[in-house]
Design a protein around this ligand. Structure first.
Ligand SMILES: [Zn+2]
Length: 198
């Protein structure tokens, strides 16, 4: 993550300026707290520190807002519902009070291509990123700019090889049928990799 964070690389169109409401919002906030506690989302100055989402309809999902940091006390107003994503035009349409995560397009692309995926978690963890190849995890060939379509497309390619993969020199992505499956994957891989290192 050598590249400096400078906000989203797409245009956000606000359909409605209200925080998302969904019965699973507290579940997403719970996983944000877990990511915070496990060090999956180390903050860096002004920067994105990971982003989590779950699907609410065919192409719609609720995701953490940009540059909020994954803290232990997030509520609905830290989240945004992405209702449409126009990849060609670079426009993300949302309901919410803030911009969606800078990796919203990566999440959108995975939901679009994998109908059974119900949750996507992305975090940063130096040990997982550096040890991924040793553990046989899919890793992208080259480092790509955060928030770019190229990074989203690399994630799509990796997602065809497994439900837990690594973006080179950047972080990890987990996909699952729901948030519980996604979160368990992240915790299992961290445990596995830490055990070998002890
Ligand atoms: Zn990231």
């Amino acid at each position: 993550m050598s590249e400096e964070y400078q906000g989203t690389r797409f245009v956000t169109a606000f359909q409605e300026r209200r925080p998302p409401s969904h019965p699973f919002v507290p579940v997403l906030c719970h996983w944000c707290r877990v990511f915070h506690e496990r060090g999956f989302a180390p903050p860096y100055p002004g920067g994105s520190s990971g982003n989590l989402s779950f699907r609410v309809a065919a192409d719609a999902f609720i995701i953490t807002g940009t540059a909020i940091g994954l803290k232990d006390n997030l509520a609905a107003d830290a989240l945004v519902e992405v209702v449409d994503c126009d990849f060609a035009a670079g426009v993300v349409t949302v309901c919410g009070q803030r911009q969606p995560s800078s990796e919203a397009m990566l999440h959108a692309l995975l939901y679009r291509h994998f109908p059974t995926v119900g949750a996507v978690f992305h975090g940063h963890h130096a040990l997982i990123t550096s040890q991924a190849e040793r553990f046989g995890l899919p890793v992208s060939r080259v480092a790509l700019p955060y928030g770019s379509i190229a990074l989203a497309e690399a994630a799509l390619t990796l997602a065809r090889r497994g439900d837990f993969f690594v973006l080179r020199d950047h972080g990890f992505v987990a996909t699952g049928v729901d948030m519980a499956a996604c979160g368990a994957l992240c915790l299992d891989w961290l445990r596995k990799i830490q055990n070998i290192h002890h």
